[in-house]
Design a protein around this ligand. Structure first.
Ligand SMILES: Nc1nc2[nH]cnc2c(=O)[nH]1
Length: 435
C-alpha cells in the first residue's frame, strides 16, 4: 500500500466540484484507491502539499497518433482535401516501423507530460505500427485504447493507403485485438475497433466490424457527422445519418466513441443516449473542419456521455486543456452568435454556454464515463490516475484556483503525471530527484 498526501480538486459528478484540503489518498499495488482520508490520519509515502494541487488525470478521447508530425500545420483546406493532400501520405509512412516507433515514443511522452493519463488513439492501417503504438503506451505507462484503422473502399481511399478488401479490414482488426490482449503484462491498453468513417469503408467491412464488436466485446471508435461534406455524403450513400447507419451495422454500443458529432440531429442524440454511446467533443478541430459549433449544452441536457478530444492533428494542440477552454469559448460563440451584421437578438442560440466546471468534468470524469473506466475522480475503487498542477503567478483566493487551471494553465505547470499509482512523467523534476 502507498499513500500520497496532497490537496485535491475533482468533479465526481457533472456540476459538482469538490476541493479537499490536505487529503491522504491510499492505493494498492494495482493502483486502485483504497481510501481517501484526512491528511494526518496515517503516514504518507509522499507529501505533495507544497508543490501544487492534485487533479484527476486528463482523458483524451480522440487522437490520431500518426498525425503528430503535422501538428499545427495543414489546416488551410477542408477535411476531404486535407485527408488526401496531407494526411493519407503521412499515415502511409507508418509502413516503416522505425519511423512509426520514433513518432509514437515522442507522442506518448509528450501527452504524458501534458497530463493525459488515458488516451484513445487511431493508429494506421498497418498492423505492426498499430501494435507498436499499443506497446509504446504500455512501456511508458499510459492507459490507452488503440485502434488499427480500417478503410477499404476503393475510390474513396487511395490505392497506396487502404486495406485490400473488406475481409482484410475485418481479419486484420481481429488479429490486432488478439495481439493487444496478449501483450505480456498488459493491464493498461485495450484494442478498439476503428472503422475510419463511413465514407472510407464498404458496407461489408462495416457489417463485419459490427459483428466483431459483438463477438469480442471490444470498444468501437469512428468519426460521426463531422462536417457538412461528411454528413451529406453519408445521407446520400446510406439514406440516413451516420448515427443510425452505425447503429444498423452494430457499431453504436455502450462502448462506442463518436468523434465530433457536430451535425447530429435530435433523433441521433436520442439514439446515441439510448445506446449509451459517447461523444468525443473536439472544439479546436471543429473550428477548422466542422462547419458549425457542436450544440454541447443541448447534448449534455439529454444526458449523453461526452468527453473531450484533441483530435491531433485536426486540432492544433496536444494539450487537452486547450480543448477544455476552447469548449467554453465555442459555447459562448454559439450562444452570442458570430455575425455582427445580424441584430443581437437573432445572432446566436440561446442557452448554449457552458463554463469551466463542465469543461473540467468532461476532461476528467466525463471522459472516464464515456469509456466506462474506473478513473476520473479520487474515490475508493477508482484508479490512482492524477496530475499535479503547480500554477505559477497564482495570487488569488484558493476558490479560483480550479478556474485558473482550466482556463490558463500551461503544460509546464503540470509537474507530475500519475497512472495506476505510478508517477510516469515528471518533466520539471531532475532525474536525480524523481519520485
Ligand atoms: N478530423 C478528422 N476527421 C476524419 N475523418 C476521417 N478521417 C479523419 C481524420 O483523420 N481526422
Amino acid at each position: 500500500m502507498q499513500a500520497v498526501r496532497a490537496h485535491l480538486i475533482h468533479s465526481p459528478e457533472r456540476g459538482r466540484i469538490e476541493r479537499i484540503e490536505d487529503a491522504l489518498v491510499s492505493f494498492d499495488a494495482a493502483g486502485q484507491i483504497v481510501r481517501v482520508a484526512d491528511g494526518n490520519s496515517a503516514p504518507a509515502n509522499i507529501d505533495l502539499r507544497s508543490q501544487g494541487v492534485l487533479l484527476p488525470g486528463l482523458v483524451d478521447l480522440h487522437i490520431h497518433a500518426p498525425q503528430f508530425p503535422q501538428l499545427g500545420t495543414g489546416l488551410d483546406v477542408p477535411l476531404e482535401d486535407w485527408l488526401s493532400k496531407y494526411t493519407f501520405p503521412l499515415e502511409a509512412r507508418f509502413a516503416d516501423l522505425t519511423y512509426a516507433a520514433f513518432v509514437h515514443d515522442a507522442l506518448v511522452r509528450r501527452l504524458l507530460a501534458n497530463g493525459t493519463t488515458t488516451a484513445v488513439y487511431f493508429a494506421t492501417i498497418h498492423g505492426p505500427s498499430s501494435l507498436n503504438l499499443a506497446e509504446t503506451c504500455l512501456r511508458l505507462g499510459q492507459r490507452a485504447f488503440v485502434g488499427k484503422v480500417a478503410m477499404d473502399l476503393a475510390g474513396a481511399c487511395p490505392d497506396y493507403y487502404r486495406d485490400s478488401d473488406a475481409a482484410a479490414s475485418i481479419n486484420e482488426t481481429a488479429d490486432f485485438i488478439k495481439a493487444v490482449r496478449a501483450m505480456p503484462g498488459n493491464d493498461l491498453v485495450e484494442p478498439i475497433i476503428t472503422p475510419r468513417f463511413i465514407p472510407s469503408c464498404s458496407d461489408d467491412a462495416l457489417a463485419g466490424l459490427g459483428e466483431l464488436a459483438a463477438s469480442t466485446g471490444a470498444a468501437v471508435q469512428t468519426h460521426c457527422s463531422e462536417s457538412d461534406w461528411e454528413h451529406g455524403f453519408v445521407l446520400n450513400r446510406m439514406g440516413k445519418t451516420d448515427a443510425s447507419a452505425l447503429d444498423e451495422f452494430g457499431l453504436l454500443t455502450r462502448r462506442s466513441v463518436l468523434a465530433h458529432a457536430g451535425h447530429i440531429t435530435d433523433a441521433d442524440m436520442d439514439l446515441i443516449a439510448e445506446r449509451g454511446a459517447g461523444i468525443a467533443h473536439c472544439p479546436l478541430s471543429n473550428a477548422y473542419f466542422g462547419n458549425a459549433v457542436f450544440p454541447l449544452r443541448r447534448a449534455l441536457a439529454k444526458a449523453l456521455h461526452i468527453g473531450l478530444g484533441t483530435d491531433i492533428s485536426g486540432g492544433h494542440s496536444a494539450f487537452l486543456l486547450d480543448n477544455a477552454r476552447a469548449s467554453v469559448t465555442a459555447s459562448r460563440m454559439l450562444e452570442e452568435g458570430v455575425d455582427p451584421s445580424k441584430d443581437a437578438a437573432n445572432r446566436g442560440v440561446d442557452a448554449s454556454r457552458i463554463d469551466f466546471r463542465d469543461a473540467f468534468y468532461m476532461a476528467t470524469k466525463g471522459g472516464a464515463e464515456v469509456l466506462d473506466l474506473p478513473v476520473g475522480a479520487f474515490k475508493a475503487g477508482l484508479q490512482m490516475d492524477a496530475i499535479l498542477v503547480n500554477l505559477v503567478d497564482d495570487f488569488g483566493p484558493v476558490e479560483d484556483l480550479l478556474q485558473k487551471i482550466i482556463m490558463r494553465a500551461t503544460p509546464a505547470e503540470i509537474t507530475q503525471t500519475w497512472v495506476a499509482g505510478k508517477c510516469v512523467s515528471a518533466p520539471m523534476v531532475h532525474p536525480d530527484q524523481s519520485v
